[in-house]
Design a binder for this molecule. Structure first.
Ligand code: BG6
Ligand code: MG
Length: 217
């Protein structure tokens, strides 16, 4: 059966997870509380709105709708400022090698990201043309761990869900891939991503042979 490969963006293709963290930390500090890297794990793969809800829970703060909207805008403005000068040097190691291999073998490739900033980021780093399909935060109603983003990507690729392979750095993303019946590959700390079918610290540990195996099976 035809296989499809779905990549998360932040923390898988580009090292933007740190900029999301910095922008949330800045807001938390302005609101008078700390926001740690450990707490930031909960934000990976999660929509901007849900992140702010969690942040306010951490800070034990209540917000009016107006404040909530203002803080969402502020966080995104700070994030966009952090990524403004981003270029291909922020692509995570060996990601282009894998994309190049898939493209060269006519394997369909999709992006499955919670971010509403996905397209401009892919453009900035020069990877947009690799993706046959982009499903991002502008296209889905339900955030990861709901499988909607990956199921939509599979549908648009014309590939059965159980023939899709998902690369993810977030617990919520691994759970989304698993509930979509896809093969989940965790990129990052295996202790955190222990629900994934396969784990790698980063793409430098993934061989073309491994990818060929996924395509054949
Ligand atoms: C995900 C990130 O890819 O996108 C989350 O892992 C982020 O941390 C989410 O909150 C939404 O991103 P954006 O760019 O729409 O604020
Ligand atoms: Mg991610």
């Amino acid at each position: 059966m035809k296989k499809g490969f779905i990549f998360d963006l932040d923390g898988v293709i580009v090292d933007t997870a740190k900029y999301h963290y910095l922008a949330w930390k800045k807001l938390a500090n302005e609101l008078g509380f700390e926001f740690t890297k450990e707490q930031n794990e909960l934000f990976k793969g999660v929509s901007r709105k849900r992140c702010l809800e969690i942040l306010l829970e951490i800070g034990k703060l209540e917000a009016t709708q107006k404040q909530f909207d203002t803080w969402m805008i502020e966080k995104n403005a700070d994030y966009l400022a952090y990524i403004d000068n981003m270029d291909e040097s922020e692509i995570l190691p060996e990601v282009p090698k894998i994309l190049e291999f898939l493209k060269g073998n006519d394997i369909p490739i999709a992006l499955g990201s919670a971010s509403k900033n996905a397209r401009p980021i892919l453009e900035k780093v020069g990877l947009l043309s690799y993706f046959d399909i982009i499903v991002d935060g502008n296209n889905v109603l339900k955030a990861k761990p709901d499988p909607e983003v990956f199921l939509l990507a599979a549908k648009q690729l014309g590939v059965n869900a159980n023939d899709c392979i998902v690369f993810e750095d977030a617990v919520a993303g691994i759970q989304a891939a698993n509930s979509a019946n896809m093969i989940s590959i965790g990129i990052g700390d295996y202790k955190i991503l222990n629900e994934a079918k396969f784990n790698f610290q980063n793409f430098t540990q993934i061989s073309i042979k491994f990818i060929q195996g996924l395509i054949k099976n």
